[in-house]
Design a protein around this ligand. Structure first.
Ligand SMILES: Nc1ncnc2c1ncn2[C@@H]1O[C@H](COP(=O)(O)OP(=O)(O)OP(=O)(O)O)[C@@H](O)[C@H]1O
Ligand SMILES: [Mg+2]
Length: 243
């Protein structure tokens, strides 16, 4: 357990994105490797995953399995992904189809407990305002967890609006935006550089990385393109690790 006699504050980041499929898992994997290289014990969580395979052991989601595979010792699948929904669709729709309720209070409690033990990288699903029930959304879950947020921006046409609105919403919801990451999904976009510069000038938080288009976005390789989110690291981790 981190810290001294007093119960430590949860430490970690909540990873959101401008959309689904923008590179949240690629970033989360790279960050886990970077933290581990820096000697920081890491945990990971994908609290809600919609899009799971049926296996003999139960439903399994690729994101959760990718993050879990990076952790030492490997935690139980259920601790990484407590809410696994089979269909790859909006979580509140899949849950309603099955007569299930997504219990944000329980999910947040589990994430906070994990983040008191180790720096925890929590990956959302989709973007910031994805509904999780009739009156709850991903932002409510992130707020209940209370970790600083990293916004992964999929750099492509339309991302400026999505990124600026997401950043505005994160801060309006009372959470700290620790930083943002440029995820260069489209190698053929001639305005990648200019779009990133536009966001550097407008987003109210530092850029924590720029992940180029990679033939194989392996987490160890991705880590080389990232900086640690100093401002999100909590009291135990305020100082950067030695060079
Ligand atoms: N920098 C990159 N270079 C090459 N491929 C990338 C890069 N970033 C992401 N990808 C690919 O784009 C796809 C989407 O990335 P990823 O799964 O990380 O998105 P996500 O935001 O986590 O999606 P979801 O909303 O489903 O969780 C994946 O196939 C991933 O391998
Ligand atoms: Mg993902």
């Amino acid at each position: 357990m981190r810290g001294g006699a007093a119960e430590p504050q949860p430490a970690g980041v909540f990873v959101t994105g401008t959309d689904t499929g923008v590179g949240k898992t690629v970033y989360a994997g790279g960050l886990i490797c970077l933290l581990q290289r820096s000697g920081i014990p890491v945990a990971a969580m994908k609290p809600v995953a919609a899009g799971c395979r049926r296996t003999a052991a139960g439903l399994r989601n690729d994101d959760a399995e990718q993050l879990r595979a990076l952790l030492e010792p490997a935690p139980s699948y259920a601790s990484v992904n407590p809410c696994a929904l089979e269909a790859a669709a909006a979580p509140h729709l899949v849950a309603a189809e099955q007569g299930r309720t997504i219990d944000c209070t329980a999910l947040a409690g589990a994430a906070r407990a994990m983040a008191r033990e180790r720096f925890t990288v929590v990956e959302g699903a989709g973007g910031w305002r994805v509904p999780l029930g009739p009156s709850q959304d991903m932002a409510d879950l992130a707020r209940a967890i209370g970790l600083p947020v990293v916004l992964v921006v999929g750099v492509r046409l339309g991302c400026l609006n999505h990124a600026l609105l997401s950043a505005e919403a994160i801060r309006a919801d009372g959470l700290s935006l620790a930083g943002w990451v440029a995820s260069e999904l489209d190698a053929d976009d001639p305005r990648r550089e200019a779009q990133i510069a536009s966001l550097d000038a407008r987003l109210p938080a530092p850029r924590l990385g720029r992940i180029p288009p990679l033939a194989d976005p392996d987490p160890q390789r991705v880590a080389e393109h990232l900086a640690l989110p100093w401002r999100g690291l909590g009291p135990d981790y305020d100082a950067p690790p030695p060079a």
